[in-house]
Ligand binder design. Structure first.
Ligand code: ATR
Length: 288
C-alpha cells in the first residue's frame, strides 16, 4: 500500500449506487504503476446532495472526479466550463478541477469508439444501437460522424425518435432512424446491419441470462458490442460468438473511458494494459 501524505492529490467517483464500482481499483492501480502521488475514492452521493458534493470538490481541492448514474446529466449546470462534445451529448462523466475552475468532459463516447475501432471498420457501415439513454447518446454522437446509417431501437419508442431527431438536426453525417424496440424492427434492421451495439443495462449482473436479441437474428458477419462490463461476456456476446461473430466486451469501453479521464487529470499516458488486467481480475472475483 502506498503512503498517503498531506501532498497526496485527490480523485474519486460520485454516484448512487457506487459500492460495486471498479473505478477505484482501476485508477489506484494506474497511479501506483506510474508512481503518482494520487488516490481515488468512491463516494455515494444521493441525488439531492449533488450540489454539496460539487462544492466539496472545490472546497477540498480535488483534482478530478468521475460522475456516474444518476448524476451525469444533472451535474452540467454546476460546472464552470463544458467540453463542446460533452455539451452536445448533454452528459458529463469526468470533471477536472483546474485552478478552481471545474471543467466537464464526456469520455464514454470516445471510449466506446476506440473499443469498436480496434476491432471493426466504421466507414460506410450500418449500425444498430439498442437503447436511447445517456450511454446510447454518447455513443451515437461519435458514431454518427463515422458511419453511414444508425438505427436506434428503444423500449420507449419516443426516446429513440427524439434521439434520432436530435442527431439528424446536428447533421453529423449518418442517416439516423429511431424506432420502438420490437421483434419486427430488430429482425428487419439486423438483416442489413454490420454492427450491433447494446447500450442498455440488459444482461448486467445479476440478470446475466437476459438479452434483448433472439440469437436467430445474430450472424457471423454482425460485429456485436455490449457496453455491459459485468459480466465481461454477456449472454448477447456469447450468443454472437457462438455464431462466429466478433464480440467486443464492455470492459474495453470501461477501461478506455477511465484511461481518458486519467489522462485529463494527470497529463500522462494511462497504463491501459495494467488497468484492463486489474478490472478483469476484479470481475472474475465478483463472478465466483
Ligand atoms: P444510461 O445513462 O446508462 O444509458 P438510462 O438513461 O437510464 O441509463 O438508459 C437506460 C437504457 O436502457 C434506456 O434506453 C432503457 O430503455 P427506456 O428508455 O425504455 O427506459 C434501456 N433499458 C433498461 N432496461 C431495459 C429493459 N429491461 N428492456 C429494454 N430496455 C431497457
Amino acid at each position: 500500500m502506498r503512503r498517503v501524505s498531506s501532498e497526496t492529490k485527490l480523485c474519486g467517483v460520485i454516484g448512487d449506487p457506487i459500492e460495486h464500482s471498479l473505478s477505484p481499483v482501476m485508477h489506484n492501480a494506474a497511479f501506483e504503476a506510474l508512481n503518482l502521488d494520487y488516490v481515488y475514492l468512491a463516494f455515494r452521493v444521493k441525488k439531492e446532495d449533488l450540489r454539496k458534493s460539487i462544492d466539496g470538490i472545490r472546497g477540498m481541492n480535488f483534482v478530478g472526479v468521475n460522475v456516474t448514474i444518476p448524476h451525469k446529466v444533472n451535474v452540467l449546470p454546476l460546472l464552470d466550463w463544458l467540453d463542446p462534445v460533452a455539451e452536445a451529448i448533454g452528459a458529463v462523466n469526468t470533471i477536472h478541477n483546474q485552478d478552481g475552475e471545474l471543467l466537464g468532459y464526456n469520455t464514454d463516447g470516445v471510449g466506446a469508439l476506440k473499443a469498436l475501432k480496434g476491432r471493426a471498420a466504421l466507414r460506410r457501415k450500418r449500425i444498430v444501437i439498442l437503447g436511447a439513454g445517456g450511454a446510447a447518446r454518447a455513443l451515437a454522437f461519435y458514431l454518427a460522424k463515422e458511419c453511414d446509417e444508425i438505427t436506434i431501437l428503444n423500449r420507449t419508442g419516443d426516446r429513440a425518435a427524439s434521439l434520432a431527431k436530435d442527431l439528424t438536426n446536428r447533421k453529423l453525417g449518418a442517416v439516423v432512424l429511431g424506432l420502438p424496440l420490437n421483434q419486427e424492427n430488430l429482425r428487419q434492421s439486423l438483416a442489413t446491419a454490420d454492427i450491433l451495439i447494446n447500450a442498455t443495462s440488459v444482461g448486467m449482473f445479476p440478470r446475466i441470462n437476459d438479452t434483448l436479441v433472439p440469437s436467430q437474428f445474430l450472424s457471423p458477419s454482425l460485429v456485436t458490442f455490449d457496453i455491459v462490463y459485468n459480466p465481461p461476456k454477456t449472454k448477447l456476446l456469447s450468443d454472437a460468438e457462438a455464431k462466429g461473430a466478433t464480440a467486443i466486451s464492455g470492459v474495453e469501453m470501461f477501461v478506455n473511458q477511465g484511461a481518458l479521464s486519467f489522462e485529463i487529470w494527470t497529463g500522462k499516458e494511462a497504463p491501459t494494459e495494467i488497468m484492463r488486467k486489474v478490472v478483469i481480475t476484479e470481475l472474475r472475483k465478483l463472478l465466483k
